[in-house]
Design a protein around this ligand. Structure first.
Ligand code: PEP
Ligand code: MN
Length: 634
């Protein structure tokens, strides 16, 4: 047997676990422990003949599953959840899209520094640049070598961007380590096994490019070499393969992305630059890669592409790179992802006091609902996934309470859905809690799923429970399957309840994919919402004392006006006179004052804060009650 997965009992003692690991090592296996949310497994790989039953009999072992694929450590059989790891401050994998930019080659100190700033300013999170260039012709530029590495390191440090560069010789692997954060194995070296073993043994992150004529299997076997040699931080990179087509430099194999994402737990990124070789084909293929499920992009950008010593024709101008980042940002929620950011480029860093280290050790964020709620998804997308602790609360007032009492640093509240309109309760709560301020916003796509117990079939289901809004959004599906809709308090709560009733085999619940995962239930049908253009906008809220806005670009204000002719229009005219763009207006009846209304308005905040303050002062004087609910950055 070349590889197996040993699933451990949850009750296993430390001693028993050590015994299992030692036993496997003594038999000649390489052993990896993988701690998942649900279960801990041990992966054992090696060329060993051993009867599976001798492992099954060990105390604390639940079951043993042979790995059927030729690659073991790279296989999703071994590691069901996506691999997520950090490269410096950047999280790679999972729901983040990592955008890496930089020139093909490091050409000079000035060139790589200018490129680094262009990447950083546009929102990229890592810097690439080759110092050892594997060129087709021995007469072409071969790279600056260690001098180039020193410039690359300096540019990375000046901008805070982790750096990635190609390694071509086993002899350089150790010497390069002090200059870089990520090794790149180039397409030409994908099957240079001695290089793979040496690089893997460093335990550092590696980008493994697909060889120009490598099959997906060969590519994953190359990743297996890296993993078996000692690193668990491997990023696969699709960069185009050799086909009969010569118009483009290579043929970018977009279909490899969903294939590999299914076969492996490793993050997959796309290189649309080498994939096409043509500058104006980079953006569409970058978007295609993200749409196909890529976890990131590596793109060539040059401060002066006409003067580039290598790959100029495929290198983007800085402004094209900016457009690419912006377009990917717009596409990301459609595929349920968020563009990764450096902590200092995070929206929230514009709004918080330095005493509140959201990017520090941890942050606690309260949300309404059970684990797996859409609000929790928003929490995980907005905050650094590896540092945030999400705190479920029963109701919206409980979320505000948790923030006010300091049980949570922040709260995540839905305020508007693209189909159902405003969640007015949260506007009221904002109005009633002057010590709370809006500090940010995020939009996520709402994709509903029919969730049931494992093994239950569609035809078994007769009743479906969820939040009334989710039921309404799936009414076509519910009707066409003749299901009986039953309202529940919240979406993920309906899944939690169902999970606690193992005999409820004729009932389903509608909620997020996360809810199915968290409560260990099965998705029977995904994407069952009638209208796929279903987005929810959330506000991030915090205690006012923690908020010190530095560069806001958006504001939400509330005012009440007296009941007389023209009072609203004269107030709105003030915004217009000061050229403040209103992006949204919402009215709300005032409790205890029938036929009086408060208005909630979202405004774009101009660069010059003084202009905004002046306008606000005038409006304040013209209305009966006025409050800024938050100044934030989107
Ligand atoms: C590069 O990234 O500059 C490079 C040489 O890529 P590849 O190995 O994919 O050709
Ligand atoms: Mn190149």
């Amino acid at each position: 047997m070349e590889g197996m997965i040993i699933v451990l009992e949850t009750s296993i003692t430390e001693k028993e676990r050590d015994y299992v690991k030692n036993y496997l090592s003594s038999q000649g296996f390489q052993v990896r422990e993988i701690v998942g949310e649900k279960e801990t497994v041990i992966g054992a790989v090696g060329q060993v003949s051993l009867d599976q039953r001798s492992v099954e009999l060990l105390p604390g072992v639940a079951r043993v599953i042979p790995i059927s694929k030729p690659y073991k450590l790279a296989s999703r059989e071994l590691h069901k959840e996506d691999t997520v790891f950090n490269v410096g401050p950047v999280t790679v994998g999972g729901s983040r899209i990592v955008i890496i930019g930089g020139p093909c080659s490091v050409e000079s100190r000035e060139q790589i520094m200018a490129a680094a700033h262009a990447v950083k300013d546009a929102g990229g999170v890592m810097l690439r640049g080759g110092a050892f260039k594997p060129r087709t012709s021995p007469y072409s530029f071969q790279g600056l070598g260690y001098e180039g590495l020193a410039y690359l390191k300096e540019a990375g440090e000046a901008t805070g961007l982790p750096v990635v560069t190609e390694v071509v010789a086993p002899a350089d692997v150790e010497g390069m380590a002090e200059y870089i954060d990520v090794y790149q194995i180039g397409a030409r070296n994908m099957q240079n096994f001695e290089l793979l073993k040496k690089v893997g043994s460093m335990g550092m992150p590696v980008i493994l490019k697909r060889g120009m004529s490598a099959t997906i299997n060969e590519w994953l076997m190359a990743a297996e070499y890296l993993l078996a040699s000692g690193t668990d931080k491997v990023i696969l990179c699709e960069r185009g393969i050799r086909t009969f087509e010569t118009y483009t430099r290579n043929t970018l194999d977009i279909s490899a992305i969903p294939v590999v994402r299914k076969l492996s737990h490793l993050p997959v990124i796309v290189d649309p630059s080498h994939g096409t070789g043509i500058r104006n084909k980079v953006l569409p293929m970058a978007l295609a890669g993200v749409a196909a499920g890529a976890n990131g992009l590596i793109v060539e950008i040059h401060p002066n592409p006409e003067e580039a010593v290598s790959d100029g024709p495929q290198s983007l101008y800085p402004e094209q790179f900016l457009k690419l980042v912006n377009d990917v940002e717009a596409l990301a929620p459609v595929v349920g992802k968020e563009v990764a950011r450096l902590p200092e480029n995070h929206h929230l860093s514009a709004a918080v006091d330095e005493t509140v280290q959201f990017s520090g050790d941890s942050c606690r964020v309260a949300f309404q609902g059970a684990h797996g709620a859409y609000s929790e998804k928003a929490v995980k997308h907005y905050f650094p996934e590896d540092k945030v602790e999400s705190l479920p609360r029963e109701s919206f007032p409980d979320v505000f309470d948790a923030v006010l009492k300091g049980e949570a640093d922040w709260g995540m509240i839905p305020v508007e859905n693209s189909l159902a309109g405003s969640i007015l309760e949260n506007y009221d709560l904002l109005n009633m809690n002057p010590d709370i301020s809006i500090v940010g916003e995020i939009k996520i796509r709402v994709r509903h799923n029919l969730i049931a117990h494992k093994g239950v079939k569609m035809e078994d289901i007769s009743e479906v429970r969820s939040h009334p809004q989710a039921l309404a959004q799936c009414d076509r599906f519910i009707k066409s399957h003749g299901l009986n809709p039953v309202p529940a308090y919240d979406t993920s709560g309906a899944v939690e309840d169902l999970s606690k009733e193992p005999d409820a085999l004729t009932r389903g619940a509608i909620a997020s994919d996360e809810a199915a995962r968290v409560w260990d239930m099965e998705i029977l049908k995904d994407g069952i919402e009638t209208n796929p253009n279903n987005y929810t906008r959330f506000f991030v809220i915090g205690r006012k004392e923690n908020v010190k806005v530095t560069k806001p670009n958006k504001a939400t204000v509330m005012f009440e006006i007296s009941d007389e002719a023209g009072s609203l229009s004269s107030c709105l005219a003030l915004f217009a006179r000061h050229s403040l763009n209103m992006t949204r207006i919402e009215s709300r009846p005032i409790h205890g004052k029938p036929w009086s209304y408060s208005f909630y308005i979202d405004l774009d905040v101009p660069e010059e804060m003084a202009d905004f303050d002046k306008a606000i002062e005038e409006v304040d004087g013209a209305v009966s009650s006025f409050r800024v609910l938050g100044l934030y950055r989107v």
